[in-house]
Ligand binder design. Structure first.
Ligand code: FAD
Length: 285
């Protein structure tokens, strides 16, 4: 069983995030994507966990299936807000039994209607401790927000909590962002707090500007208008893909040149842009 912490200790990683499909058609699309990504020799993949645990069983089944198929480890995203200790322990025990030993420990978000989340947890760091308690065969990642988490009350508080959480974890994965300086500033601020846990930058090479704008709004990320305009001006299809890949490759190259420990790619269950990006970077065959 490969721990992502061990991979990061030996090489620069390339990983991709999937979401659990809702329909048979979506499942078939994802199966094609997994096959098409084979030549990319990914180091690991991750599978998201729907808000408030809404995809718990689908996430679990997909992670277990991908993990069993190898050749790379599958990391399960898991949120704790609103969950009980017993529920989360049962899910972690199930993952343990199925050889899934890489977990991205997240807080998740409170219910959109403003009602209290309930449950036994408030912050991601509490879930990191729960995963850690299962033993050293687990590797734990956490989320990081280069442009600050939307619920943070100040930059200093955001960085202090992030440094504390990263010290408990093995690695971080960031929210997507478009300016490499935001990432490097975060890394420097963490280092100033004595935290040098590796943080993988999350890169979003997406061809749908309206969708990116919506996600950026929710995640507290800036989607530069110049980039949005360039993507919108390009005809859908090959021309738009080329613009998106060029922008993502420029960002990724700056990140890697500046010492980022790898790349985590948000691919929305599609392979074409990921393959073109890795090709442009000369990162994989
Ligand atoms: P935390 O680290 O708990 O931080 C949340 C806020 O609380 C921050 O403002 C932090 O500064 C503050 N804070 C932390 N500790 C303390 C403390 N002790 N006292 C006071 N304040 C504190 N969501 C999903 O639902 N499913 C997913 O699959 C998913 N995947 C994600 C993957 C990545 C790479 C990223 C970056 C985010 C993902 N998210 C996902 C979103 C995430 O759940 C939300 O951003 C959520 O709002 C916060 O999660 P967190 O783990 O960053 O929380």
């Amino acid at each position: 069983m490969t721990r992502i912490a061990d991979l990061l200790a030996t090489r620069r990683t390339v990983s991709v995030e999937f979401f659990p499909p809702k329909t048979e058609e979506g499942a078939a699309q994802l199966r094609r994507t997994v096959e098409e990504l084979e030549p990319a020799s990914l180091d690991f993949v991750s599978v998201t966990y729907g808000a408030g645990g809404s995809t718990r069983d689908r996430t679990r089944d997909l992670v277990v299936e991908l993990q069993a198929a190898e050749p790379y480890p599958a990391m399960a995203h898991l949120t704790c807000m609103g969950g009980t200790r017993a529920e989360l322990e049962a899910l972690l025990a199930d993952y343990d039994d199925h050889g899934v030993h890489n977990v991205l420990a997240l807080a998740g978000d409170p219910p959109a209607d403003g009602s209290p989340p309930g449950g036994d947890f408030r912050y991601a760091s509490e879930l990191v401790e729960l995963v850690r308690a299962r033993g050293d065969h687990f590797s734990v990642g956490v989320a990081a927000h280069p442009e600050l988490h939307p619920r943070s009350t100040s930059r200093a508080e955001d960085r202090r909590h992030l440094a504390e959480k990263l010290r408990l974890a093995d690695f971080g994965v960031t929210q997507f962002f478009f300016d490499a300086d935001d990432y490097f500033r975060m890394v420097d601020e963490l280092a100033a707090l004595g935290c040098t846990t590796p943080v993988l930058p999350g890169v979003m090479p997406l061809t749908n500007p309206a969708g990116v704008a919506r996600m950026a709004d929710m995640a507290g990320a800036t989607f530069p208008s110049a980039l949005a305009e360039r993507v919108e001006a390009a005809a859908e299809g090959e021309e738009r893909t080329a613009v998106v890949v060029e922008a993502a490759a420029e960002l990724a190259a700056r990140l890697l040149d500046g010492g980022a420990p790898g790349l985590h790619l948000y691919c929305l269950n599609r392979s074409a842009v990921v393959l073109a990006l890795l090709d442009a970077l000369g990162e994989r065959p």
